[in-house]
Design a protein around this ligand. Sequence first.
Ligand code: SF4
Length: 189
Amino acid sequence: NEAGEISVKDIDHIAKTSFPLCMRHLFEKVREDHHLKHGGRMQLGLFLKGVGLKLDDALAFWKAEFAPKVSAERFDKEYAYNIRHNYGREGKRTDYTPYSCQKIISSTPGVGDHHGCPYRHFSEENLRAALVRMGVSSRAVEDVVDKVRNRHYQLACTLTFEAVHGSSCDAGINHPNQYFIDSQRILQS
Ligand code: SF4
């Protein structure tokens, strides 16, 4: 929703319908592993903030996702500060903005990291599997892979957007939060 407020219970649904692949991947991983390394927490956390998740809901979301592995006490001690920091409530009180595609594409995820851009950082095999799970047709998968081979990662993401929404995206994708807003606009129209 463009008005910009979501609650924790909305996240599952909007992740399926409107998250770009980079954020779907991080969301699936935190669900699976009940943990994300710093780079992933930053990339997904700031995106969710941009989508409209308020600070208290963000704290509740991460705390619940990490709960099988991280006690409430440890969460408050080790993770809550960073989340409040992202919302400008700690440190220099900068209100941090979500990462652009350019920033995400040029990041360098290491072993065990799940942040980054799947079009740039996944193997072709893993990318194909992820696209099929998103419901991209086999014809469109070939077009996406073709863009990736030519290093046109944002165009690959734009083609994916068009394939899953059955609607064109003339401006092209340049920000994960733009992907989300454009998706919601189509789904709610
Ligand atoms: Fe995310 Fe941008 Fe990569 Fe799409 S092109 S997956 S929105 S970083």
